[in-house]
Design a protein around this ligand. Structure first.
Ligand code: ADP
Length: 406
């Protein structure tokens, strides 16, 4: 079966086509600047790359373009649209309604709409992708895979904020957590590698990219995670502050005359983190290179990142009482050996020690154990693959629905 995975943004539509027999990506690409011009990139296995400007007025047109290119005799890999067995969508926020992926129907669309206040930028865009695919591929089953779903297993003590309880009851203000599809995929792969009963494993996953979050996974379920009501909470990120005293917001409002919305959406989300502290870049490669060259603010930005990652690892070790594995993933976690070495440098007390040579990952393995001989906790680098996880969920749910209907 071929499954199309869609990640709909407000002015973009990213896609990957999976052949589920081999679990390989057959084609992928991106429509961007939707409604503001338009540009498309498309690559397919064994085909020439394609990149061109084209007026893309809306997401439905973009979805049509995707299907056109996938079935194009020269650039495509499908002979006919009917070969697409199902479509899986990445959806940011499932609120308290969704603790797992789900086949999309009108009720699901209604619930995703209800979550718009919690994901005001992403959920409307995700819905545009869903509606566009429904229009272009009528009758093809669609599945929603939520970034928040994996974290719905957290105990209340992890997700309730210590503020008046009525705000949770009235407004559903609580920790939700994000990157759930990545944490589920990576912790699942780690559990497979560890072997034995996944219910026995305590794993800490460090998803470190432009946006970063850590997750404590106990017995295959999320026990705690560092992002909160929104993806602003937790460790220092590319442009986001991560956790800070909320009184910083009111103080900044007073001092700068800006509104709370500006302080949070602009200053804390877009001008802080590695960029804000270093004054150089939000990209860890740049900050790391400047730090190595002796730039003091870059050193500070890097030190804060290391400090905040360790902070959550320590907290999760204490919360779970035992850690069996520590996993690094996403852009920084997978690619930056120095960061992994810095972070784990002080973790010997809890049984984490890495092998420096293996940690360099000279062969750029996608899955690699970097544990030092004799260390109690096993440490891994595991490349995340959210798209494959979405495709696998989609295949499973569509097969279950089909067998129920038979
Ligand atoms: P996103 O959160 O947008 O998905 P990624 O997971 O792609 O982000 O991570 C982006 C971050 O990963 C950037 O800070 C970048 O510096 C870092 N990164 C990506 N590739 C490398 C690499 N080869 N070496 C070091 N850092 C890298």
């Amino acid at each position: 079966m071929y499954i199309l995975v869609i990640n709909g943004g407000s002015s973009s539509l990213k896609y990957q086509l999976f052949d589920m027999d081999t679990r390989k990506v057959m084609a992928k690409g991106l429509c961007e600047r939707i409604g503001k011009g338009g540009h498309m990139r498309h690559t397919a296995a064994g085909r020439e790359k394609l990149e061109f400007d084209i007026d893309i007025p809306d997401h439905t047109f973009a979805a049509k373009l995707v299907v056109d290119k996938l079935t194009d005799p020269q650039y495509g890999v499908l002979s006919d649209m009917s070969q697409i067995g199902a479509v899986g969508h990445r959806v940011l926020h499932g609120g308290q309604w969704f603790s797992e992926s789900v086949v999309i129907d009108d009720a699901v669309i209604g619930a995703i709409e209800k979550c718009i206040p919690l994901g005001p930028l992403h959920n409307p865009a995700n819905l545009m992708g869903i509606r566009a695919c429904a229009a272009v591929m009528p009758g093809v089953p669609q599945v929603a895979v939520f970034d928040t779903a994996f974290h719905q297993s957290m105990p209340k003590s992890s997700y309730i904020y210590p503020i008046p309880y009525e705000f949770y009851e009235k407004y559903a203000i609580r920790r939700y957590g994000f990157h759930g599809t990545s944490h589920r995929y990576v912790s699942g792969r780690c559990a497979e590698i560890l072997g034995g009963d996944p219910a026995d494993h305590n794993i800490i996953v460090c998803h470190l990219g432009n946006g970063s979050s850590l997750c404590a996974v106990r017995g295959g379920k999320c026990f705690d995670t560092s992002m909160g009501l929104t993806p602003l909470d937790g460790v220092e990120m590319g442009t986001r502050s991560g956790a800070i005293d909320p009184a910083v917001v009111s103080t900044l409002c007073e001092k700068t005359g800006k509104s709370p919305t500006y302080v949070v959406d602009q200053i804390l989300n877009k001008e802080s983190g590695l960029l804000g502290v270093s004054g150089l870049s939000s990209d860890f490669r740049d900050v790391n290179a400047a730090a190595d060259a002796g730039n003091e603010r870059a050193v500070l930005a890097r030190d804060i990142l290391i400090h905040t990652i360790r902070h959550y690892i320590g907290a999760y070790a204490a919360e779970m009482g035992r850690v069996d594995a520590l996993v690094f993933t996403a852009g920084i976690g997978e690619n930056n050996a120095a960061l992994r070495e810095h972070v784990t440098d002080t973790l010997g007390f809890m049984g984490v020690e890495i092998d420096r040579e293996k940690n360099l990952n000279p062969d750029r393995a996608e899955e690699l154990e970097i544990t030092a001989p004799g260390a109690r906790v096993r440490t891994f680098v595991i490349a995340t693959n959210e798209e494959l996880m979405i495709a696998m969920d989609t295949e499973r749910l569509v097969a279950a629905k089909t067998s129920k209907n038979d």
